[in-house]
Design a protein around this ligand. Structure first.
Ligand code: GLA
Length: 382
């Protein structure tokens, strides 16, 4: 049974109804460009074959009941504030709130949610938001463009969850294209999809680790970036060069944070050009440089992703490896020559052990992934 069928079957078991709509949205891995999105910069992520499916059927009253295969059941009324819901339900309730504010006619419904997105750092929250948004828009017979849907998800993160995320995760989950990584200009939300060269494979290195306090560290990094932009009277770090930082009185830590963002934007543009030109070696080198910058200047890599990245780079056929996403723990990503990919996964599986300072709480796992399409309705089929 695939994920979509599992969601439909869970809805039947929990609520006794067949779905009117089933929608699905993918998680993502970011190839390069981390902590650039909230600086109006550039990112180069791809949607991955792990995702979240939501099956929905309308109710005649103004209530919502929902069941998650992993996290249990919840219910609330349409008029309740989304902050009255906890845990995974807050994302669902938040999307109901955001869609309603956007003018979508959201009615009462039953929903079932199933996900196979492993571990952390692969945007399971964004996939949940985009799957729910896609399903509810379809139920209301509305078309919401991917960028607008992504912005609704970001609004939920900011105003309901309380984390000041950028747009990357929601936008790639909404707008990904099969076979392509996507260069996103996070100021204009323009997207340039580049087919990945067939000579390489992308491998997700899930270290099986998680870390608390990620949200507060994330907010602190964002605040540091905004302080530097404001000291230079620039709209965002996107508009700042390394030369602009010279001679300006900045906190030394803030200066290093800004240096990461400025150089990461350059690397990300370079990486997309490499992918477009079929230069997988150049892409891998930029991924390596990105990790070092995130380690030395932005200080978000985390002990377990560091160990995974260092091991990956020693293995045959690995062209580059780096942390991915917010950082601190969870998954990293490697670019590996296609012929070497199976052996690479076997070696990582045999040799990776998270360090004692950040032990795995779930079994580490290594997945060869290829880009898939973004959020879409799977039932009814067009
Ligand atoms: C998280 C956020 C994104 C982005 C990354 C870091 O995944 O949700 O918006 O800022 O961290 O690149």
């Amino acid at each position: 049974m695939n994920l979509n069928e599992a969601a439909a079957s869970l809805l039947g078991a929990a609520c006794g109804s067949a779905p009117t709509v089933v929608a699905r949205a993918p998680g993502r891995v970011n190839l390069i460009g981390d902590h650039t999105d909230y600086n109006d910069g550039f990112v180069f992520p791809m949607a991955i074959p792990f995702g979240t499916a939501v099956a929905i059927s309308p109710r005649t009253d103004r209530h919502i009941t929902a069941v998650s295969e992993r996290f249990g059941s919840v219910s609330f009324a349409l008029n309740d504030s989304p902050t009255t819901s906890e845990g995974w339900a807050r994302y669902l309730h938040g999307m109901v709130w955001a869609l309603t504010n956007h003018g979508v006619n959201v009615t009462g419904f039953d929903a079932a949610v199933v996900s196979d997105i492993p571990g952390s750092s692969l945007s399971s929250s964004a996939a949940l938001e985009m799957a729910i948004g896609t399903a509810l828009a379809a139920l209301a017979d509305e078309q919401i463009p991917p960028a607008a849907l992504a912005q609704l998800g970001q609004r939920v993160e900011h105003e309901v969850i309380g984390v000041p995320v950028g747009i990357m995760d929601q936008l790639i989950s909404a707008a990904g294209v099969a076979g392509c990584a996507s260069l996103i200009d996070c100021r204009t939300l323009e997207i340039d999809h580049s087919p990945l060269p067939d000579t390489v494979r992308v491998v997700v290195l899930d270290t099986g680790t998680r870390r608390g306090l990620v949200d507060s560290e994330y907010a602190a990094r964002r605040a540091a970036c905004e302080r530097v932009a404001s000291a230079l009277a620039a709209p965002a770090l996107r508009d700042v060069t390394l030369a602009d930082l010279q001679g300006v009185d900045l906190d030394p830590t803030d200066r290093r944070r800004a240096m990461h963002v400025i150089t990461e934007n350059e690397r990300t543009l370079g990486a997309a050009a490499c992918a477009q030109g079929g230069d997988a070696v150049g892409l891998g080198q930029l991924m390596n440089a990105s990790h070092e910058s995130l380690h030395d200047l932005f200080e978000v890599t985390g002990p377990a992703p560091d160990v995974a990245v260092r091991l990956a780079r020693k293995l045959d056929g690995c062209l580059g490896a780096r942390m991915t996403g917010a950082g601190f723990a969870g998954a990293a990503v490697a670019l590996v020559e296609t012929d070497a990919a199976d052996h690479f996964v076997a070696e990582m599986t045999a040799r990776f052990v998270a360090p004692p300072s950040q032990p795995s709480t779930e079994p580490p796992a290594f997945h060869v992934v290829w880009p898939v399409r973004g959020a879409h309705v799977v039932q009814p089929t067009a």
